[in-house]
Design a binder for this molecule. Structure first.
Ligand SMILES: Cc1cc2nc3c(=O)[nH]c(=O)nc-3n(C[C@H](O)[C@H](O)[C@H](O)COP(=O)(O)OP(=O)(O)OC[C@H]3O[C@@H](n4cnc5c(N)ncnc54)[C@H](O)[C@@H]3O)c2cc1C
Length: 421
């Protein structure tokens, strides 16, 4: 085996979480290595593509301050790189008045003093100048912190910033093992092609592959309850003459619709006359054996999904979007779901003690938090238990131990948002 160098922090997996972590580590003067199994900026994980929503509205109270802090960190990174990856808009959350997730979300707006307005059918129509319709028994919250992050551009930004601060980046390097270095301490990290790297600390941000890797390196002792899900994003054609209506410039928000099913989307941005509207759901998969397409049309899953979306677009956007002909673009992506849809951020423990930090299970809502997650992971890697204690208010919800007593994890009083089919 060829030993290729010694590092303070080795980060495994160069999606948005790993790239943000490498940036944060290098910025603090840590000698940092970021390794990726595929090409950088590949389309086989969760962090590629054209748009992700940023919002502070959550049914779980603990995500609200995280999103607020993360927004600031997105701005800081943008200032440092000198271009934009974050396109601010308002966020609209809507749904049946009695929907327990929406009720909790609105309560959190109040609890955290998020600047928000509650709209009924009439006020929503007025506020969005006829572009958005609600059923009579629905309600909506509009908040200021919302909009679109550009994922591939953002990951490239973190990688460029990591390089600027002295990090080494290496792609086409699949890590297959981690072992403690019994002589020097720290961790020996080895790749499929026979290279080894030594890291004082190691951070594993391997997305949908994280369970497999952790199971292997812990000799089966640690099983992360993370299920990879293949999901599809859909773009719909905006009718001629209405293109401007659905842009951020015309005041159109990023949005999430609670209820059955949970539907989300972003204003027209990446394709000027298309709008993204998709269902928050998907089907279990092996990340190395993807179908790359929605299940064949005519099968129950896709007919239902497209049917729900058509119905929703027709009743919510009225005449401006062509729902009749179905979506014009479908893109495949991976979610990494935990049973409670909360993240996993913890030390691996076992023989590794605090030398290996693991982050995964971002459950389809991690992108917005990447700058903060990166900062937390570096705090934990470099500061160990003492740093984790300081961060406990944030990370206590994300500990692996929560699945020991209850395989469903954190107990919630509202419904799951992601639907499997
Ligand atoms: C369609 C879709 C819509 C979404 N919408 C939103 C949204 O609106 N808002 C939001 O906040 N979030 C959203 N998310 C979720 C968000 O995109 C993810 O939470 C986030 O991208 C996860 O990043 P990651 O770095 O953990 O995973 P990934 O991006 O998958 O990165 C993990 C990386 O690790 C690499 N890797 C794995 N194993 C190894 C190994 N053994 N050796 C070396 N490298 C390895 C992989 O190749 C991969 O590049 C969405 C996700 C999808 C799919």
């Amino acid at each position: 085996m060829e030993n290729l160098g010694r590092f303070d922090v080795i980060v495994i997996g160069a999606g948005v979480m790993g790239s943000s972590t490498a940036y944060q580590a290098a910025k603090r003067g840590q000698k940092t290595l970021l390794v990726e199994q595929f090409d950088f900026l590949h389309y086989r994980g969760s962090s590629h593509g054209e748009s992700r929503t940023i919002r502070a509205t959550y049914p779980e109270p603990y995500y609200v301050p995280m999103a607020i802090e993360s927004e600031k960190l997105w701005r800081d990174a943008e200032s440092e790189i000198g271009y934009k990856v974050y396109f601010k808009a308002q966020q609209l959350d809507l749904g049946p008045v009695e929907n327990s997730s929406l009720v909790a979300l609105i309560a959190n707006c109040e609890k955290h003093s998020l600047n928000h307005q509650i709209l009924n059918r009439h006020r929503a129509k007025e506020y969005f100048t006829g572009k958005i319709e609600l059923p009579d028994d629905w309600t909506a919250a509009v908040t200021e912190l919302g909009g679109v992050l550009k994922p591939t551009k953002a990951v490239a930004m973190f990688q460029a910033l990591a390089i600027k601060h002295g990090a080494a980046l290496k792609d086409k390097t699949e890590i297959i093992d981690l072992v403690t270095d019994k002589h020097r301490g720290g961790v020996l990290v080895s790749s499929r092609s026979g290279e080894t790297f030594w890291g004082k600390k190691c951070v594993v941000t391997a997305g949908a592959w994280v369970s497999k890797l952790i199971q292997k390196v812990s000799n089966g002792a640690t099983i992360l309850p993370i299920q990879p899900i293949e999901t599809n994003v859909f773009y719909w054609k905006i009718k001629e003459g209405h293109e401007h209506d659905y842009t951020i410039e015309s005041g159109f928000p990023s949005f999430a619709s609670y209820g059955e099913p949970y539907i989300y989307g972003t204003p027209a941005l990446e394709y000027p006359d298309l709008i993204k509207v998709a269902v928050h759901g998907g089907r279990e998969c092996d990340p190395n054996k993807r179908t790359w397409k929605p299940p064949a049309s005519g099968t129950e899953g896709i007919t239902m999904v497209i049917g729900h979306l058509k119905e929703w677009i027709k009743s919510t956007f009225g005449n401006g979007v062509d729902w009749e002909d179905g979506p014009v673009i479908s893109q495949s992506c991976l979610y990494s779901m935990t049973p409670d849809e909360d993240y996993i951020i913890d030390f691996l423990g076992g023989g590794f003690n605090e030398d290996v930090v693991v982050a995964g299970g971002f459950s389809g809502h991690g992108f917005k938090m990447a700058p903060l997650v990166g900062r937390i992971l570096v705090d934990m890697a470099t500061g160990g238990k003492a740093a984790a204690e300081q961060l406990d208010e944030v990370i206590k919800h994300f500990k692996l131990g929560r699945f020991k007593d209850n395989p469903r994890g954190n107990v919630k009083e509202f419904e799951d948002q992601v639907r499997l089919k």
